[in-house]
Design a protein around this ligand. Structure first.
Ligand SMILES: *Cc1c(COP(=O)(O)O)cnc(C)c1O
Length: 465
């Protein structure tokens, strides 16, 4: 090894010596001596390796060393699950956590979970209560259902429903509705898991009422409809409506189950999206049990909601699976807050999912212009322009719907768009964006106004200004 490298290695102080540095002493009070010692050791090791590999030729500097240790300690504090900025224009992005809470809702949840609550306590009688009661009335009022239960997610809602209603018997489902949702949730597998047997009817593109009718036998437990949330079969197609299926079921003394997936309480058609039936409409059509997600178009916390006839839901309440699938108080607090905004008629301005969807093309253009100004493009080594984009709903809802919007397209002079996308993704607040036609595209629909200063700073830093 050459003299210079040996010299640099000799300059490195030992760990105990470094732990006495004032900056690192304050960190030892904040975290622990062990945590800071580990960080110092790791930075020292890295430095040694870099010197040996000839990648480091600077003399030892205490300030510089402090900075390396502190940034390591800060990175540990940030943890693995982090906030990101969604610039993809996909409103319900399953990889980015689906529905976002409003600050009001977060405060409502925080207020409940930082204190004791009457989660399972009836304040009127002073006796034990049920955790499901807190949202039951709201759900019944909003959907017109007789009763409601909440579990961990919609997959759990479907599992509990089928386990309670169809174990050991047959569930009749159309071949056109044997849905797979991301993350290996497949309707045929869930039916099997519940102890039921699947009876497929019809074909991929066409299923008639008579197909269901012929399949009904002694072993039939229920007729089931599943919303084809994340795909469309187009062309020569036919499916049976919820009301026709429910009527057929009732004629044979059977229940009709409907997994609607997203769970709408408002009509999307108001914002130019295709009409999807609301939960109330599905119940009005005669379906006996309806299941849906809390964090798709409803815009609340991850949850699975089951609404419908009291007799069927009563049986579910006594099913052992309910205990395994039960929700905690954070979920119930979030759901209660979300449902209250629907009841108060303020959902569209208070639920981020809904106001992202409701943004018009014109609004996204005005916001794109404002972000452009915040960026101060004069000295930027990139061509930045406004671009028309097609945003989407996501979360396995309205797969063929297009939300016209505007974005900023950034085409860097000295970097590839892919490299810029990577730098944005690896920033202190990661920005998740798409690359289209040699530019990084930041879609305004999913970026909050409060995020503009961070987006501007991070983009400028990523471009090296
Ligand atoms: C999304 C979806 C599910 C799964 O819901 P999770 O809340 O993600 O568990 C089940 N069925 C349908 C039709 C869906 O769209």
């Amino acid at each position: 090894m050459d003299e210079e490298r040996q010299q640099l290695l000799r300059q490195l102080p030992d760990v105990d010596h470094l732990l006495q540095r004032p900056v690192l002493l304050t960190w030892q009070e904040r975290k622990s001596r062990q945590a800071v010692r580990d960080a110092v050791r790791n930075v020292l090791d890295e430095r040694r390796q870099a010197i040996l590999a000839g990648q480091w030729d600077q003399p030892f500097s205490g300030d510089d060393f402090d900075r390396a240790v502190v940034s390591r300690l800060q990175a540990e504090e940030t943890g693995h699950l982090r906030r990101v900025i969604n610039a993809t224009g996909t409103v319900l992005h399953t990889n980015l956590g689906r529905a976002v809470f409003s600050p009001d809702l977060a405060r409502h949840i925080a207020n409940l979970v930082c204190h004791y609550s009457n989660l399972e306590y009836d304040l009127a009688s002073g006796k034990r209560g049920s955790r499901y009661d807190h949202v039951r009335e709201l759900l019944c009022e909003l959907t017109g259902a007789e009763d409601a239960i909440v579990v961990n997610n919609n997959a759990a809602a479907v599992l509990l429903t089928l386990s309670s209603m169809a174990a050991g018997r047959e569930v009749v489902v159309s071949r056109g509705e044997l849905v797979e949702i991301g993350g290996s949730f497949r309707i045929p597998d869930v039916i099997e898991q519940s102890g039921g047997r699947i009876c497929e009817v019809g074909t991929t593109n066409k299923t008639h009422l008579s197909d269901y009718e012929r399949a009904i036998g002694e072993d039939t437990a229920a007729l089931m409809k599943v919303h084809t949330s994340n795909y469309r079969i187009i062309g020569f197609t036919e499916s049976v409506s919820a009301s026709d299926l429910a009527r057929l079921a009732h004629d044979h003394g059977l229940p009709c189950i409907n997994d609607v997936g997203s769970g709408l309480f408002v009509d999307l058609a108001a914002w130019g999206l295709p009409h999807e039936p609301t939960v109330r409409e599905v119940l009005d059509a005669g379906c006996d049990v309806v299941t849906f997600s809390g964090d798709k178009l409803l815009g609340g916390p991850q949850a699975g909601i089951i609404v419908g006839k009291a007799a069927y839901l009563d049986a579910m309440k006594h099913h052992p699976l309910l205990r395994a699938l039960r929700v905690d108080k954070m979920t119930l607090a979030g759901l209660q807050g979300t449902l209250q905004t629907y009841r108060d008629g303020t959902a569209v301005c208070q639920i981020p999912t809904l106001y992202c969807l409701a943004q018009t093309k014109k609004e996204t253009r005005e916001r794109a212009e404002r972000l452009l100004q915040a960026l101060h493009t004069d000295d930027l080594p990139a061509c930045v322009s406004l671009r028309r984009v097609d945003d989407c709903v996501g979360g396995g809802a309205c797969p063929d719907a297009v939300l016209p919007g505007w974005a900023l397209a950034i085409d860097p002079y000295d970097l590839s768009a892919e490299k810029l996308e990577q730098r944005l993704r690896q920033a202190d607040i990661p920005i998740i964006a798409r690359v289209q036609h040699c530019a990084v595209v930041l879609s305004l629909r999913t970026i909050g106004d409060d995020e503009f200063p961070d987006v501007a700073r991070i983009v400028r830093e990523a471009l090296g200004v």
